[in-house]
Structure formats: structure tokens, C-alpha cells
Design a protein around this ligand. Structure first.
Ligand code: PXG
Length: 465
């Protein structure tokens, strides 16, 4: 299928009318946006005909790949049957009910930490706003209204609404709009490369990093802490994979003080780590789970919170009316696409495929990438991976921040037909879970070529040690 787009005209209209997210408006208006025209499988094409391998699954969401007719058909069918109805006034709809039941069935059973209930939104940000509302309501209903503080982590990403950006630990976001809102506070992230001490091994660091949570709880007063929120692996923060013992220690601490644990799985759920939910991979037991993105593989906006039995019981039995919700909570078309998407994942066994086949293969490929002279180290988990660019491989020395070596590398990727994200000097990928071995090989060859080109640049500029 070919799409004829007048690139110059679309660029001009874009500059004139479209304010993009996380964008320097003036800068983009001057340079002109790349116009994405179509997509198929793991590739996207821009309006000038360039074919690009999308190693980021759009923005961590297109887990089943592009061009799935089943998802379009599910949306079409539902639009012709019931395109919209609200869930506010004692009404419901079939896809929303079926998807909630499906999500409950996919979550592993674990006593009080089982999940029977879903609260819907249309995005990860909204879902985390809902989490704040639910967590505070929970403690109010239990007669502990002083339990208000939610602890999060620096360099976490939890969305871009007022609550989402406050929960997130991005200093650039806090600097705009008087954030964080009250009663949200942050501890350090479990990033060994940056926060490990000289001579400290990774497991000692894991315990020390988890200990920051206990120290913060004691500093605030345990009776004032409502919840701890974290991503299983920090995605937008740069694929920060915590040490193996980190999550067990976090679980011990939240249990000791009775505080709620929110697992923000907007990136890590739905097969990304080789499990349906990221918390399964690390063996912890959250009370609330945020989801969005890959629940529909990004084909249509949908998000929500899976509400564990501990919280649901209180909200249901003691709560009366919960004064919170969205026009699109339980949107029938979005939920129908969600159901069709999960059916594809089940039929093609995508989580299992990541766990036992393409995940381990990607890990082996990244070991090879790790030998590149520009690469300090690589990390993979399931079907996400990161590497850090360094000026001195031997001494693991970072480049000066103002050199923006990551952005240089990203530019080479775009020019050479590869989408790879740069977070500072960390280069990261999260490809569609459907990739074949041959496609992984193709991606790895592109990564290596772009690393070579970046290496030539930094060498020429005299930036190496
Ligand atoms: N939580 C997590 C863990 C996320 O990754 C959100 C919440 C917010 O979801 P919505 O649907 O409101 O965007 C996200 C979103 C990046 C990038 O640069 C990552 C996200 C969004 C935008 C950019 O990696 N993740």
C-alpha cells in the first residue's frame, strides 16, 4: 500500500499548528519534523520513502508489531456495534468486562496479592493519577488519613500529568510547573554504573539502594507513608535493570512497614520481560499495577490500574462512591482491541518466546556488542536492552555530558535506518516481540555500524581517553 504525502506541505502545517510533546517548539519548526507515513511488521517508512527498523516498538508499545489486520478488524467491528458508551451511570459494555476478566486471569494468584479488579483509563499518566487517588482513599477508609506520602525514585518515569510528573523523578519535568505536588518524595535509583561505589559489588549495591527506601520511611515516619511506586525496570530512565537482590529487599521493607507497593508496568507488562507482568520476572508482589501501552500494542489508547485484593476489598466494602473516573474509562473500542491484542500474544506465545528464545538470543548479541571499544557495558532483560557509551572502556569513564555523544549516535541510527533511543549516553532498545532471529541479526548489524560511525566521530574530535 503506498501513501502519497506532500512532505513539504505537511511539514509546514506541522510547524504552523502542532505543538509536539517534549519538544523545543521553535527548534522543530525551524528544522521540520520527519513525517512518518506507514508501518509494517518491525519497519516504519517516512514520507520520503526511507525504511527504518523500529527497535523501540513505537514508544515501547507495539509489542505485536505493525500491520495486524486482526486489531483493525476488532476496532471496526466494535465501532459498528457500540463505538462508545460510558461506564459511569450503572452501565457497562461487553469488551470492557471481558478484558478486565482476562487481565485478572493472566495475573498470577498470590493470596492477598491476587488481582480480580481493573480500573480503566486511557494512558499511563492517567492511571498513575488514579493510583494516587486510590492509595489515599484506601488509607482514609482505614482511618489513617495521615498516610499520604508516596515515595518514588529519581530518574523514574510515571507520566506527564501533574501527579504522573510528580511521581516521576525527572528533574527537568519538576522544574516546569511547580512540581512535585505535595506529599511525593524521591529516593535514589538502583543504577550500579552511576551510583555504585568504588570496590562495591553489584549485590552489595542492590541492598544499599533498597536501603534508601527504609531510610526514607524512617525519616518521614512510617505512619505517614502511603505507598512506594516503581517500575520493575526503569524504561524511559535508560533501561536501568536493578541488581538481582534489589526487589526482594524492597518487598521486605514495604512488608515490614505495611505500605502499599505500586508496580508501574506501563513498559514492562505484556511480554516485554518474558512474563505477562514485570513483577513476575523479579518475584515481588505489588498491591497495584499500572498498565497502558502494549495492552493494545499501541494501536489505540488504553490504560488502567489492576487493583489487588487488599486494596479492592477496602474500596468496595467500605468506600461508598469513589469520586473519580474518565469519559473513556472502559472504552469499548479500546477494550476490544486490547482483547484481540492479548489473543495474538497468547496464540503466538510471545511472553514465552521472549523468555526462552528471542530474549536469550538478544542477550547473546548484546554480549558481542559489549566488546565494541565505545561500549562500557551492556544490559538486557527479556526484550529490552541498554548499553552505555564511554570514553575509556578500561576505566569505565563517561563522556562529559555537554558532548551529547548519545545524541550523535542516535543521529547516525536515524540516518542508517535504525530507531534506537538515547538517554544521555545510554543507547536503548525495546523491539517488537515478534522479531525473528534474522531480524535481530539485521538490527544488531545496524547497531554495530552506528557505533562504528560514532566511534570515528569521537576519535576525530579527540574525545576518547
Ligand atoms: N509509566 C511508565 C513506566 C511509562 O513508561 C507512563 C507511565 C506514562 O504513560 P502515558 O501513556 O501517559 O505516556 C510511561 C510512558 C521515553 C518515553 O522517552 C516513555 C514514555 C512516554 C514518553 C516517552 O522513553 N513512557
Amino acid at each position: 500500500m503506498s501513501t502519497v504525502i506532500d512532505t513539504a506541505q505537511i511539514r509546514a502545517l506541522d510547524s504552523a499548528h502542532f505543538l509536539h510533546p517534549f519538544t523545543d517548539f521553535k527548534d522543530l519548526a525551524a528544522r521540520g519534523a520527519r513525517v512518518m507515513a506507514r508501518a509494517e511488521d518491525i519497519y516504519v517508512w517516512d514520507s520520503e520513502g526511507n525504511k527504518i527498523l523500529d527497535a523501540m516498538s513505537g514508544l515501547w508499545c507495539v509489542n505485536v508489531g505493525y500491520g495486524r489486520r486482526e486489531l483493525a478488524d476488532a476496532a471496526h467491528r466494535q465501532m459498528m456495534t457500540l463505538p462508545y458508551y460510558n461506564s459511569f451511570f450503572q452501565t457497562t459494555n461487553v469488551p470492557a468486562v471481558q478484558l478486565a476478566a482476562k487481565l485478572a486471569a493472566l495475573a498470577p494468584k498470590a493470596g492477598e496479592r491476587s488481582f480480580q479488579h481493573v480500573f480503566y483509563s486511557s494512558s499511563g499518566s492517567e492511571s498513575n493519577d488514579s493510583n494516587v487517588r486510590m492509595v489515599r482513599r484506601y488509607w482514609d477508609l482505614l482511618g489513617q488519613p495521615q498516610r499520604k506520602v508516596i515515595i518514588s525514585r529519581l530518574n523514574a518515569y510515571h507520566g506527564s500529568t501533574m501527579a504522573g510528573a510528580s511521581l516521576g523523578g525527572m528533574s527537568g519535568m519538576h522544574a516546569q510547573g511547580d512540581l512535585p505536588i505535595p506529599n511525593i518524595t524521591h529516593i535514589g535509583q538502583p543504577y550500579f554504573f552511576e551510583n555504585g561505589l568504588p570496590g562495591e559489588d553489584e549485590s552489595a549495591f542492590g541492598l544499599r539502594a533498597a536501603g534508601w527506601l527504609e531510610a526514607k520511611i524512617l525519616e518521614i515516619g512510617a505512619d505517614k507513608v502511603a505507598a512506594f511506586i516503581a517500575e520493575p525496570i526503569q524504561g524511559a530512565g535508560g533501561v536501568i535493570i536493578p541488581p538481582a537482590n534489589y526487589w526482594g529487599e524492597i518487598q521486605r521493607i514495604v512488608d515490614k512497614y505495611g505500605i502499599l507497593l505500586i508496580s508501574d508496568e506501563v513498559i514492562c507488562a505484556f511480554g516485554r520481560l518474558g512474563t505477562w507482568f514485570g513483577y513476575e520476572k523479579f518475584g515481588y508482589r505489588p498491591d497495584l499495577v499500572t498498565f497502558a501501552k502494549a495492552v493494545t500494542s499501541g494501536y489505540i489508547p488504553l490504560g488502567g490500574v489492576m487493583v489487588g485484593d487488599r486494596v479492592a476489598r477496602v474500596l468496595i466494602e467500605k468506600g461508598g462512591e469513589f469520586n473519580h473516573g474518565y469519559t473513556y474509562s472502559g472504552h469499548p473500542v479500546a477494550c476490544a482491541v486490547g482483547l484481540a491484542n492479548l489473543a495474538i500474544m497468547e496464540r503466538e506465545q510471545l511472553p514465552q518466546r521472549v523468555a526462552s528464545d528471542v530474549g536469550p538470543y538478544l542477550a547473546r548479541c548484546f554480549e558481542v556488542i559489549g566488546q565494541h571499544p565505545l561500549v562500557g557495558s551492556t544490559q538486557t532483560c527479556g526484550f529490552m536492552a541498554g548499553l552505555v557509551l564511554v570514553r575509556d572502556k578500561e576505566r569505565q569513564e563517561a563522556f562529559a555530558e555537554n558532548l551529547s555523544v548519545g545524541m550523535l549516535c542516535r543521529a547516525h541510527c536515524f540516518k542508517n535506518g535504525l530507531i534506537m533511543r538515547a538517554v544521555g549516553d545510554r543507547m536503548i532498545i525495546a523491539p517488537p516481540l515478534t522479531m525473528t532471529h534474522a531480524q535481530i541479526d539485521e538490527m544488531v548489524a545496524l547497531v554495530l555500524r552506528c557505533l562504528d560511525l560514532t566511534y570515528q566521530d569521537v576519535k576525530k574530535n579527540g574525545w576518547l581517553a
